[in-house]
Design a protein around this ligand. Structure first.
Ligand SMILES: Cc1ncc(COP(=O)(O)O)c(C=O)c1O
Length: 392
């Protein structure tokens, strides 16, 4: 059919595929409980909505500059100062079509064919596919001692002469764990010694619980932004409940940012001016919505964890942030894809199989939906497993 080798080598995004499946089953009238997604129920900040309404009323919806408007870049400079205590300039910032595109542009800017990119498992589903699309070789590392908290030894074992970059995501999707400051500092030292890039995906940075904070390489790095090979990715999707706006950003040295802007100019031209305007308003707003979302997620996390703790045969790990609880169901079935399918077919509950994140035997269960959906979903899972595995 003339489809390229790279396109053929890619797997579908497990999470987006499940969203489609849920929509189809709902259309057929099935009562689906969707605990597989990564979208909060909250509305975007009102200030973001009214900024877009004002722009729409003006009718002046033109192309934004390729790296985003100056107003948005200034808001990101201030965000970086506030949340990372780092002073950067507008030349260190690019606004993109979601954090996903920021990650893509970062990889496209630094990878040559055959270059290897290391990331700890469990990892976000798109990392391996993004690396492959860029002609690189993904190297996922399953941490040896504690899969929720990788160590520098785990990374070192996979580093070769072809290694170009390390991707870190903390708080982590799907594990919900926060990587330790020591680990991130070790990765900085190792990368500086070996001339590697770090791509730090901080999309859940502010969605942390139990009064914890998430360390980030941008906070810890001693060198100035211009002198380090560090690309930090963030966005409005998760923290401001603005998933549909598709607005993310990256912060890095001006050379890499310039290259990312050049690529973006040829790919999407720029993020939509509507999204750019909404994100600027959200970033410059009072931030109460972020705290409201964070608190509600923490309550739902507590609720989900205590509901799951009442279930026999599983191992529950308390998430320290994000929207997700990565739970070990290996006692029931170590084939997580089969188990997730069984739960859809018999309980009409959607979860995401751990294998999509590089670790089999686990299911990712989201706690970003309502308490009643979480209650019903967990009850249905318990019931279905009890019937199928009465001796567990
Ligand atoms: C770890 C991680 N990085 C990046 C993204 C992409 O975010 P965006 O919606 O801004 O493209 C997601 C979305 O689920 C994610 O979980």
């Amino acid at each position: 059919m003339g489809i390229s080798k790279i396109a053929k080598s890619l797997t579908h995004s497990a999470t987006l595929k499940l969203n489609e499946k849920a929509a189809i089953l709902r259309q057929k009238g099935e009562s689906i409980i969707h605990l597989g997604g990564g979208e909060p129920l909250a509305d975007p900040p009102a200030i973001a909505i009214s900024a877009v309404q004002d722009l729409l009323k003006s009718g002046k919806i033109r192309y934004a500059p390729a790296g985003g408007t100056r107003k948005l870049k200034q808001a990101i400079v201030q965000y970086t100062h506030k949340y990372y205590q780092k002073d950067i300039g507008e030349e260190n910032v690019i606004a993109t079509v979601g954090a996903k595109q920021a990650l893509f542009l970062a990889l496209q800017s630094i990878i040559n064919p055959g270059d290897e990119v290391i990331f700890p498992a469990p990892y976000w589903v798109s990392y391996p596919e993004m690396v492959k699309i860029c002609g690189g070789v993904p190297k996922s590392v399953i941490p040896e001692v504690d899969i929720f908290h990788p160590s520098i030894e785990d990374i070192q074992k996979f580093a070769t002469k072809r290694t170009k970059a390390i991707i870190l995501n903390s708080p982590n999707n799907p594990s919900g764990s926060i990587y330790s400051e020591n680990f991130i500092a070790d990765v900085i030292t190792f990368s500086e010694k070996n001339n590697l890039y770090i791509i730090m995906d901080d999309i859940y940075q502010r969605l942390v619980f139990d009064s914890k904070t998430a360390a980030s390489s941008l906070k810890l790095v001693k060198k100035s932004i211009e002198n380090c090979k560090l690309i930090t990715v963030n966005g409005v999707s998760k923290q401001y409940a603005m998933t549909g706006f598709r607005l993310g950003w990256a912060v890095g040295n001006s050379k890499v940012i310039k290259s990312m802007i050049k690529l973006q100019a040829h790919q999407t031209t720029a993020p939509s001016l509507l999204a750019d305007t909404a994100a600027t308003a959200a970033l410059n707003g009072n931030q109460l919505d972020v705290e409201k979302l964070r608190t509600s997620l923490e309550n739902k996390r507590n609720f989900l964890v205590s509901s799951l703790n009442g279930m026999d045969g599983i191992k529950v790990f308390q998430p320290e942030g994000t929207y997700y609880c990565f739970t070990d169901f290996g006692n029931y079935n170590n084939d997580s894809a089969k188990l997730a399918e069984f739960l859809i077919d018999t309980a009409q509950v959607i979860t995401v199989p751990g294998i999509a994140f590089g670790i089999d035997g686990f299911l990712r269960i989201s706690f970003c939906r309502s308490i009643s959906e979480i209650t019903e979903g967990v009850e249905r899972i318990k019931h279905a497993l009890r019937n199928k595995y009465p001796t567990k």
